[in-house]
Design a protein around this ligand. Structure first.
Ligand code: ADP
Ligand code: MG
Length: 280
């Protein structure tokens, strides 16, 4: 009939194209990327089909976990990614190292405990929070990092735009909320109340880390209200681990050490000058 005039019927789709399509649909990108290589390996090593499949599936699982951790880190919005590997505990003797290492195992998150880190500026509070936040991401926990001022700003903006409930729900949902730098900026009455609500909603439901340069007895100056501060401390410190970071600023100490190093030759020259002067 007309068959001779129409284009030849397409042949069956090659299996590798179909496989690629199905693997994409099943969201198995690592299997897709690796199966040819692993198949060649399996042939070389004489692996049976089950072991070939096992190797591929293990690769997918490892990659999936790495992608999940990366997603958690991005979602946390850390200002920088820092870990305990680069933290020098010897520089801050007031910090309870065994407690910090214990906290790095993140069991306090399951227990819904809080952490408060108190200490003067530059002593490593933010670094410790970032490292604890990273450890939580690596264990697959959802984390959000904010500064107290930034959080209050977000809350006020959400309230003005009538999406406060949504933001509050998002903040309640994260397993670990890190609120850095409470105390640097005094809060307005509304700001203090909104922040209080966040802590209150998380109380005994999820963990919160707070850092402050102020000792507890000065927190009233931030919240501007003794009753609110009392209620807030009551909730935050109910199940709490306190980290004390008191000492000289790490950066200041480092730059002093650097200055001492570069100043050293000048002193030696000065000394040799005086020695010559004395000798002549
Ligand atoms: P804080 O938040 O207490 O003001 P930071 O955590 O911001 O202090 O520390 C200031 C800088 O010094 C950061 O770059 C931090 O990584 C570094 N730093 C502070 N303490 C240490 C430490 N003990 N070991 C390594 N780096 C540190
Ligand atoms: Mg800081």
């Amino acid at each position: 009939m007309t068959a001779s005039t129409s284009a030849p019927a397409p042949g069956p789709t090659p299996p590798n194209i179909l496989l690629a399509h199905h693997l994409r649909q099943l969201k198995l990108p690592t299997v897709l990327r690796e199966y040819e290589k692993v198949a060649a390996e399996a042939a070389r090593e004489g692996l049976d089909h089950v072991r070939f499949l096992l190797r591929l599936v293990e690769l997918e699982l490892i990659d999936r976990e790495r992608r999940m951790v990366e997603r958690r880190i991005r979602a946390a919005r850390f200002p920088a990614v820092k870990s305990f590997d680069t933290f020098d505990f010897a520089a801050i003797p007031s910090l309870n190292k065994p407690l910090v290492l214990e906290l790095a195992r993140c069991e306090y998150v399951a227990a819904r405990d809080n952490i408060i880190a108190i200490g003067n500026s530059g002593t490593g509070k933010t670094h410790v929070c970032l490292a604890l936040g990273l450890a939580a991401c690596q264990r697959g926990l959802s984390v959000a990092f904010v500064t107290a001022a930034g959080l209050v700003h977000q809350l006020m903006e959400a309230r003005d735009e009538k999406r406060l409930l949504r933001l509050q729900a998002q903040l309640s949902a994260v397993k670990l909320l890190i609120v850095d730098e409470l105390g640097y900026v005094p809060l307005s009455q509304t700001g203090a109340e909104l922040l209080f609500e966040v802590f209150s909603q998380r109380h005994e439901r999820a963990s919160t880390i707070v850092t402050s340069n102020l000792p507890f007895d000065e927190w009233t100056s931030v919240f501007g209200n003794q009753r609110l501060t009392g209620a807030l401390l009551d909730r935050l410190t109910h199940h709490v681990h306190i980290l004390e970071l008191n000492g000289e600023s790490y950066r200041l100490k480092q730059s002093k050490a650097r200055r001492r190093k570069t100043a050293q030759p000048a002193i030696e020259i000065a000394n040799s000058d005086t020695a010559e002067d004395a000798g002549s």
